[in-house]
Ligand binder design. Structure first.
Ligand SMILES: NC(=O)c1ccc[n+]([C@@H]2O[C@H](COP(=O)([O-])OP(=O)(O)OC[C@H]3O[C@@H](n4cnc5c(N)ncnc54)[C@H](OP(=O)(O)O)[C@@H]3O)[C@@H](O)[C@H]2O)c1
Length: 279
């Protein structure tokens, strides 16, 4: 029986199946109202891990979550990410890991999320133009000041993860990963060995779009949807995996969260394992 819970950094307990907020529209109007409802429904259904980022609407996504959910339910973790910024006259985005930028984005996130401390803050990308020790040093300073609980990374290689672990305690890694996209299997292996939470992003899109007939066939046999099969596979694949599927639709949200209860019999799991690792 796979556990439905995970302790991030060894002590921060969350339900493993979370929610990614990136796709929630934030512009004023009916779409925003619907986004508020989706976020509230996620928590109502027991989600305790919600992923956002400064980059999602340049703060608008963080604000939306606070509007929907503040005051927060006990045990709800909203994790955000910093390290991508807009600059120049055309407001183009680029990686920006300069310490003052990271600090500024964290300070803004604290205000937007209406909290005094962000329990898990993830570096959205390592900026190749800034020494890693400076980027992580800035986050460690914020941690020492009590503004951050734990620090995670996103889109890292095994080498980068190893280098980061020499500087800070890494609590989580968020890399693109799914049943159909297993390039980061070596990173997952390091996370599993070290007890680091692995938050696969884009966990359902490929399966839900019907990219693999075999997933649809397994789903039909189990009376489930392809998205549910993709999520159940992730939950069973490693105990450190915490999927964060995203949707702007309540029906898809409910469907995705129900995957916690989907049992994949070994024969069906074997069929899924035989799919090419990068479809
Ligand atoms: N660290 C990073 O660099 C990074 C990058 C991208 C994303 N992320 C995070 O990861 C989260 C998830 O990633 P993602 O949104 O790219 O991919 P995803 O969760 O795999 O897929 C979302 C897409 O699939 C659709 N979908 C969701 N559930 C469905 C279902 N049950 N049936 C059919 N379609 C379904 C959604 O459309 P509908 O709205 O129509 O349901 C949406 O188009 C994001 O919200 C974000 O928090 C992180």
């Amino acid at each position: 029986m796979t556990s439905t819970m995970f302790r991030i950094g060894g002590d921060l307990g969350v339900r493993r199946l979370g929610f990614g907020a990136m796709r929630l529209p934030t512009e004023p109007g009916p779409a925003r109202e619907a986004s508020l409802q989706v976020a509230r429904r996620a928590v109502e259904l027991g989600v305790t891990l919600i992923d956002t980022a400064h980059m999602y609407g340049w703060g608008a996504n963080e604000e939306l979550l606070a509007e929907a959910l503040y005051p927060y339910a006990d045990g709800l973790l909203i994790t955000t990410k910093v390290g991508v910024a807009r600059s120049g006259p055309s407001a183009e985005w680029k990686l920006d890991g300069r310490p003052d930028v990271l600090r500024d984005q964290v300070e803004h996130a604290l205000r937007r999320l209406r909290v005094e401390r962000i329990e898990l803050l993830q570096l959205h990308r390592i900026d190749p133009e800034v020494p890693l020790a400076d980027q992580l040093g800035a986050l460690r300073e914020l941690q020492t000041e009590g503004k951050l609980g734990r620090i995670g990374l996103s889109e890292v290689t095994v080498t980068e993860l190893d280098q980061a672990r020499e500087i800070i305690d890494v609590a989580s890694v968020q890399n693109r990963y799914s049943l159909l996209d297993r390039e980061h299997e070596p990173v997952l292996a390091v996370c599993e060995a070290a007890g680091i939470a692995f938050l696969p992003w884009r966990p359902v899109a490929g399966a839900a779009s019907g990219a693999a007939a075999e997933i649809a066939a397994v789903a039909a046999e189990l009376g489930a949807s392809s998205a549910q099969v993709a999520l159940a596979w992730l939950l069973g694949h490693s105990p450190v995996i915490l999927p964060i599927p995203g949707t702007a639709r309540i029906d898809h949200l409910e469907e995705n969260l129900a995957a916690t209860h989907l049992h994949l019999p070994p024969a069906h799991r074997d069929r899924l394992e035989r799919l090419p690792p990068s479809a």
